[in-house]
Design a protein around this ligand. Structure first.
Ligand SMILES: Nc1ncnc2c1ncn2[C@@H]1O[C@H](COP(=O)(O)OP(=O)(O)O)[C@@H](O)[C@H]1O
Ligand SMILES: [Mg+2]
Length: 446
């Protein structure tokens, strides 16, 4: 009986009986000025203009406020009514797991969905830094490279940097299926419609979806909606975190979020700066990331993996550069590696997990250092090897790297049943047949 009334009760609970009303006093191509709302409205609040046209408050003066409409504004007249809706929020519930929703909590999978009892603001603040736990224990991920060389710990925030078509979405879905977490929240921001469908139905699959909430805003949606998709995914993750759950948040991609922010900021009059991005982009991206991470006492944690599109591996472009500063590590996928068919195409030498060395034992850290050293030597010698300029025996370090490289390269694409087994395999790759400790002892720690 209670279950039957749930949808009704949560809707009644969220009704606002009184709305401030204003009127349109000026209209331009992409923005409107309203009068009568400047005392009620706060920046970022939602407003309904005319019949059902949603808009967001971007500027407030002494007597008017400027709003950006989400839809085209043809047909709107001066004097039309505007209704103040208030701060933007989302109302998730446990029953949202397994569902695909838009940033306003409406179902995208063709089945009815009612809001949950909680009201979670879209622009929430992170737990106070001093109250937050440190990053937690190492997670099993289902992939050998992340179980060993690039560990992911509970509450860590990792960036996944790659060009398009290098395997970001596929890797995110593998992590959605493999990482040990209670709930997965996936934000698909600004992808093409077909990609979202492919991702949910094929790449993620029923097994991945069964423990996920997918929040999607495709590239054809207005910039305001695409921007909200990232916040909504974060708010849904915070809802589960506040129930004590360990949440894995996957966002694809933060670049599209930054681009949506750019469109909104420029339309509301902010000047463009770096690569056309307004100065507020860094703040928008950083405050989004800051909400992920370990929770305070009594809360769960949000482990986050955020993808970033980097054209031509340009890690200095503004979004990548901003993100690297706030993350606890970055994973770089390389087109050259993808082209020779090794997936995930992790470029180990350019990737860092700041959970190391703490997340691994001394022996494991020595194995990691050895693997990295061999990869580094191989990488530096590669041109010489390809040109046929190297003769066996000329350099013992290169000879050693050449011996272990095929097994090590293959190891990076393997699945894993957990760190212990994966480290044993890694030790085998580095010195076939020798026990882990004995092998590790003759390697200096870096
Ligand atoms: N693990 C994998 N195994 C085999 N092929 C892969 C794998 N990951 C990616 N690919 C190939 O790369 C293509 C692009 O992958 P995708 O994840 O869509 O890249 P991105 O999201 O970076 O654009 C896929 O269509 C597939 O052909
Ligand atoms: Mg993709």
């Amino acid at each position: 009986m209670t279950k039957f009334l749930d949808p009704l009760l949560s809707r009644i609970g969220q009704m606002r009986p009184v709305h401030a009303l204003g009127r349109v006093c000026e209209a331009q191509a992409d923005s409107l000025w309203l009068e009568g709302l400047n005392r009620a409205a706060a920046l970022g609040d939602a407003v309904e203009v005319g019949v059902g046209m949603r808009a967001e408050v971007v500027r407030i003066t002494k007597d008017r406020c400027q709003v950006l409409p989400e839809d085209r504004i043809e047909g709107l007249r001066v004097g039309d009514i505007a209704r103040h809706l208030g701060p933007v929020s989302i109302s998730p519930g446990m029953h949202w797991i397994g569902r695909v929703i838009d940033p306003d909590g409406a179902p995208l999978d063709g089945r009815p969905l009612y809001p949950g009892p909680a009201v979670c603001p879209l622009r929430a603040v992170p737990p106070p830094a001093t109250a937050r736990r440190p990053m937690g224990a190492r997670l099993t991920t289902g992939l050998a490279v992340f179980d060993t060389l690039l560990p992911i710990v509970r509450g860590q925030r990792l960036g996944l940097f790659a060009g398009s078509g290098v395997g970001k979405s596929t890797l995110l879905s593998q992590l959605a299926r493999g990482v040990a977490a209670d709930v997965i929240v996936i934000g698909l921001i600004g992808e093409r419609g077909r990609e979202v469908r492919d991702f949910v139905e094929d790449t993620l699959g029923p097994e991945g979806l069964a423990r996920s909430v997918v929040v999607a805003a495709t590239s054809d949606r207005p910039a305001l909606v695409r921007q909200r998709a990232a916040w909504a995914a974060m708010s849904v993750a915070e809802f589960f975190r506040d129930q004590g759950a360990h949440v894995l948040l996957l966002a694809d991609s933060v670049t599209r979020f930054a681009q949506a922010h750019r469109e909104v900021a420029v339309a509301s009059g902010e000047p463009a700066a770096l690569n056309g991005y307004p100065a507020s982009m860094a703040q928008a991206v950083m405050s989004l990331c800051e909400r992920a991470g370990p929770g305070a006492a009594g809360q769960g944690d949000i482990t986050a993996i955020l993808s970033v599109l980097v054209a031509g591996s340009d890690m200095e472009e503004p979004v990548a550069d901003t993100l690297r500063g706030v993350l606890d590590g970055h994973v770089v996928l390389s087109r050259e590696i993808a082209e020779r068919g090794r997936f995930p195409a992790v470029d180990l030498l350019r990737s860092v997990s700041r959970s190391l060395p703490r997340a691994a034992s001394a022996d494991e850290n020595r194995l990691i250092a050895t693997a990295r050293r061999h990869m580094g030597v191989h990488d530096r010698a590669e041109m010489m090897l390809q040109a046929g300029l190297y003769t066996d025996g000329a350099d013992p370090a290169i000879d050693a790297a050449l011996r272990v490289w095929p097994a090590l390269d293959d190891f990076l694409s393997q699945g894993s049943s957990g760190p212990t087994a994966a480290f044993a395999t890694l030790a085998d790759c580095l010195a076939p047949g020798e026990p882990v400790a004995a092998q590790a002892e003759d390697q200096p720690a870096d």
